[in-house]
Design a protein around this ligand. Structure first.
Ligand code: 6R9
Length: 678
């Protein structure tokens, strides 16, 4: 852990921050764990407007997975996310749309947002969508997708947003699983200037699925001749339908008085598919009250949200990060939110910095993979941008190695902004571990400390002599909590919090088995972590990402962050391969900044970097230089594909669910590179 011993003495601007000091954080966190009923009662009234208040804060437990929050309370999502801000500030900017082409950028006021959501809701109503029905949204990150999302909760429907880049097979699996009868999509999308079909992808996905009754198609790309094959009676152009509900339209007065649905706090708000390491993707369900409350509270706390802020999360809405921190949290907190449809290098590598300066963004939130990418282009692209409006910059999705942390902090945060490394997951609904501006002293590479209601515990199987052995029933796995600091273990969360996912759609057994049964009383995150002497958490990566070489355990993220310290390495993935003598050996895949670099030289340098920085035992067996790594749309390297390849399994068909894979082409080229050496 020698990489991580730097304590950053950064002094925050405490004026105006939500949490004013470390002491305040500590006492509030203590209260949230020791007296959750009082803590959440207070926050639920501070952040949300209730149509009918609740009498009970929470009930249920992790044993049965029957946790409920605010179960007899009722609230309207539309009132909380849209209406109250429209009434207070109708002409203020709600949405900032940075379309793929910067010239198509536009903003949407709270008034416009409210009008559009109502129109979309009337359309859904007209289509016969009822409370609890699942509506699929397959659209790019755009205002229209947001209207569709809010229109769902307006009438009590549950949305299932699918990443705009997913293939027809991925969509098919999700539509079949969720039995969604109505789909929002668009004719085409734009990505890096190219026109990409969406409607025809949907056509293929739902071929033969008779229960899909309606496909509502937004004409995202205008004046285009290419055929999108509208099926009569099923497919409808959204704009023409919306017109009929507007003034002078055929349905002007139909549903004109449609009121937003008052939802029970435990009613599902949305489902979101996430893939596990095996098996088919699972739909995690998030509820209305608990999810919204923790979205708003974590956003306010972690990003130091103040009135008039312009929040820039450049994720895709199809990821949980998009749901919580592009859509729900900023809208609940009444600040402008950015919808970024493009990529960091289109039309040029200055795109992020242009967007920040153009709109005066106060927060910027992205993934380590994006940071590493802009880092690989050097600091020159930043030179014409002041970025002075920024106060907080954030990272999410994977461990951000020390190198990327330093670069981001210095060049984007100008050593003046707070850098929050936010640790959480689809299942948690909201950030679980993160620094808080104004309160937490930063440490490079650490997500730092738990947020309210989160009680992280490091567990060790079979118990350690110094730890308290927990009383366990027979047959259950024996484990103990690691009480000491300066230790690593399996990262779990003790007990529950308002935004914990309640179940997997149609498979509560799988939910219990995956998250709750392995360590009764604890939620299993699937990650391992190190807790340092000060109680700070360093996420080491997924538990399945540990490589055991000669009985020495190395976390892939530890190896990878060391390798990316090499100035010529843009991105690195490390997996273990079976080895006769060592048990497992280290296999490195590396993407280089400059393709013309002498490969032998760099391979030797990477090798000695691991030997000197970590251990001689960590010397890699093989290093392969590749053009790109297989990744999910949220930027996570799909190591399980690499693991299969280094085991000489070259049959792509046996790689399991690849629906979340962004760049399938990378796989073929890696296979042919690996075949040459194995
Ligand atoms: C929000 C999101 C969850 C997994 C999680 C962990 C990894 C997320 C991280 C991080 C280290 C961070 N992860 N944030 N690892 N530091 N700040 O990413 O959700 O797509 O469900 O992924 O991502 O491994 O278990 P999701």
């Amino acid at each position: 852990m020698s990489n991580f011993d730097c304590k950053n003495k950064f002094k925050p601007d405490t004026e105006g921050t939500y949490i004013k000091s470390f002491k305040e954080y500590q006492s509030l966190h203590k209260k949230s764990i020791e007296d959750p009923q009082a803590f959440w009662y207070e926050k639920a009234h501070e952040f949300l407007n209730w149509d009918k208040s609740f009498t009970k804060v929470s009930s249920g437990n992790l044993k049965y997975g029957n946790v409920k929050y605010f179960e007899d309370g009722y609230l309207s999502v539309y009132q909380n996310c849209v209406l109250r801000h429209k009434e207070a500030n109708p002409n203020g900017i709600a949405l900032i749309y940075e379309a793929d082409n910067p010239e198509e950028a536009r903003s949407v006021t709270w008034l416009e947002l409210s009008q559009q959501v109502q129109l979309y809701a009337r359309v859904l109503k007209q289509m016969g969508v009822k409370k609890g029905d699942v509506v699929t949204i397959y659209m790019s990150t755009s205002p229209e997708a947001i209207y569709a999302m809010f229109a769902c909760s307006y009438i009590g429907a549950v949305h299932s947003v699918i990443f705009g880049g997913f293939s027809s097979d991925a969509i098919k699996a999700r539509v079949l699983d969720s039995k969604s009868e109505v789909i929002f999509t668009q004719n085409f999308t734009k990505r890096r200037g190219r026109t990409i079909p969406m409607k025809t992808t949907i056509n293929k996905a739902i071929e033969g699925i008779d229960f899909v009754r309606k496909v509502l198609v937004y004409g995202r790309v205008k004046n285009i001749k290419e055929e999108i094959n509208m099926k009569p009676n099923r497919d409808i152009l959204l704009e023409s339908l919306l017109e009929e509900f507007q003034e002078g339209g055929k349905y002007e007065n139909v549903y004109a008085n449609l009121q937003p649905m008052s939802m029970n706090a435990e009613d599902p708000l949305f489902l979101l598919y996430t893939s596990g390491s095996t098996g088919k993707p699972k739909a995690l369900i998030h509820t209305t009250g608990g999810y919204l409350l923790n979205a708003a509270l974590t956003h306010k706390t972690v990003f130091d949200i103040r009135k008039g802020d312009r929040f820039g999360c450049v994720a895709d809405i199809g990821w949980i990060t998009g749901h919580t921190y592009i859509v729900y949290a900023p809208m609940l907190n009444g600040v402008s939110t950015v919808l970024f449809e493009s990529t960091p290098d289109y039309p040029s590598i200055t795109r992020y910095w242009e967007v920040i300066d153009k709109w005066g963004l106060t927060q910027f939130y992205t993934s380590p993979t994006a940071v590493r990418f802009v880092m690989s282009c050097g600091t020159d692209p930043l030179k014409d941008f002041s970025l002075k409006s920024l106060r907080v910059i954030g990272s999410v999705g994977e461990p951000i190695g020390v190198e990327a942390w330093n670069w981001y902090f210095k060049n984007v945060g100008k050593s003046r902004c707070y850098l929050v490394d936010t640790y959480w997951m689809t299942e948690s609904g909201a950030i679980m571990i993160s620094a808080i501006p104004g309160a937490t002293t930063l440490k490079r590479g650490s997500a730092t400390l738990p947020l309210f209601g989160i009680s992280p515990q490091l567990l060790v199987k079979n118990g350690g002599s110094k730890s308290i052995e927990l009383s366990m029933q027979k047959k259950q796995r024996k484990f103990s909590e690691i009480a000491e600091n300066d230790q690593s273990g399996i990262l779990t969360i003790k007990g529950h919090w308002p935004s914990i996912t309640r179940t997997i759609l149609g498979n509560h057994k799988r939910y219990l088995e995956t998250y709750l049964s392995p360590y009764p009383g604890y939620f299993l995150t699937g990650d391992s972590a190190y807790r340092d002497m000060d109680g700070y958490y360093f996420i080491k990566g997924r538990i399945d990402d540990v490589i055991n070489v000669c009985a020495h355990r190395f976390g892939t993220s530890e190896l990878e962050s060391t390798l990316t310290l090499h100035p010529k390495a843009v991105e690195v993935a490390v997996v273990g391969m079976p080895h006769k003598i060592k048990g497992e050996a280290i296999f490195v895949f590396c993407v280089l900044k400059d393709k013309h670099t002498e490969e032998m030289v760099i391979k030797n340098e990477l090798k000695s970097l691991l030997q000197t920085s970590i251990s001689k035992i960590a010397s890699p067996e093989h290093i392969v230089i590749v053009d790109s790594l297989p990744k999910t749309r949220s930027g996570k390297i799909m190591r399980r594909i690499l693991k299969k390849i280094v085991r000489k399994n070259y049959e792509v068909a046996t790689y399991g669910d690849l629906s979340t894979l962004l760049n399938p082409d990378s796989v073929d080229s890696i296979v042919s590179n690996v075949k040459k050496i194995l």
